[in-house]
Write a protein that binds this ligand. Structure first.
Ligand code: NDP
Length: 272
């Protein structure tokens, strides 16, 4: 496993995504993932599975402090009177007294970044979040967030070979801000891409492993693929025993020109 420094934490570069995992399946998949070796788990208030994540971790047999746990505050909870209450509820469901990383899930459409970033800092100062960060922020929003003095350690955004994140990624690199790639597998949409299948055949690896290897060979990138299948969970974390050539890396880099976004710019969600 490769580790990325986020603040004072050393974080496994591959974590487990949990979007759309709920109920008994979620508990089973998360427990299996931990048994396989996952030590970084990503959830969010939106996913309505914090309870399952908490139960799976607590009954996994692995101590809580060996798992890097992320959750995200949904925009409607960024209001002053809701922020802390919602975080406390998340912690209760997650059966823990702190998360390792607390993110703003999406920038709010009306509230100012300058207004809600201090709430994230307060949560950190109170020991409820070891690290803090943002998600779905563009460069200008990141600049505003950093100006508030918040110790943002990552920006979690959609990133895979078919999306053009050159500007954002370049800016984050310049500012030594690690990028967490969500939908690293493009939600499975590109697995039949012929160019990808050809590279996978060279290494006798799956298409998913080639994508994750491409991400891992870049600097300061974390990825949080999700799967309900045990063999895919194993596959997705086993990408550290082969290297793509510089030519292959460049070839995959070029696919970004197709620029296909899997998640809508505001996730189609409404909030107030
Ligand atoms: P992913 O890119 O992780 O793709 C998941 C899909 O790929 C599933 O359909 C899965 O199918 C399939 N898959 C997984 N592994 C393999 C494999 N080895 N071979 C073939 N297919 C595979 O999509 P997600 O949307 O789940 O994104 C990952 C995580 O990122 C989320 O779970 C969530 O935690 C986070 N996220 C954050 C967002 C944000 O706004 N901050 C937005 C969206 C996601 P199956 O399960 O059947 O194996």
């Amino acid at each position: 496993m490769k580790y990325i420094t986020l603040g004072v934490s050393q974080v496994p570069a591959i974590g487990l995504g949990t979007y759309k995992l709920q109920g008994a399946v979620a508990i089973d998949v998360i427990r299996k993932a931990i048994a396989i070796g996952y030590r970084h788990i990503d959830t969010a208030q939106l996913y309505e599975n914090e309870k399952e994540v908490g139960e799976a971790i607590q009954t996994s047999g692995v101590p809580r402090d060996e798992i890097f746990l992320t959750t995200k505050i949904w925009p409607s909870n960024l209001h002053e009177d809701r922020f802390m209450r919602s975080l406390e509820e998340s912690l209760r469901k997650l059966r823990t007294d702190h998360v390792d990383l607390l993110l703003i899930h999406w920038p709010h459409q009306q509230l100012l970044i300058e207004d809600y970033m201090p709430r994230l800092m307060m949560a950190q100062q109170a020991g409820l979040a070891k690290e803090i960060g943002v998600s779905n922020f563009n460069i200008s929003q990141l600049k505003t967030a950093l100006k508030t003095g918040a110790g943002v350690v990552t920006n979690q955004v959609e990133f895979h070979p078919w999306i053009n994140q050159t500007k954002l990624h370049g800016w984050m690199q310049e500012h030594q801000l690690p990028l967490t790639a969500y939908c690293p597998l493009g939600q499975g949409r590109f697995m039949t891409d012929q160019k990808l299948i050809e590279i996978a055949a060279i290494y006798l690896r799956s298409p998913a492993q080639i994508i994750l290897r491409w991400l891992m060979q870049k600097e300061n990138i974390l990825a949080i693929p999700k799967s309900v299948n045990t063999h895919r969970l194993i596959e997705n974390i086993n990408v550290f025993d082969f290297d793509l050539s510089a030519e292959e890396m460049q070839m995959i880099d070029a696919w970004r020109l197709e620029n296909q976004r899997v998640v809508g710019t505001q996730a189609g969600a409404r909030w107030d």
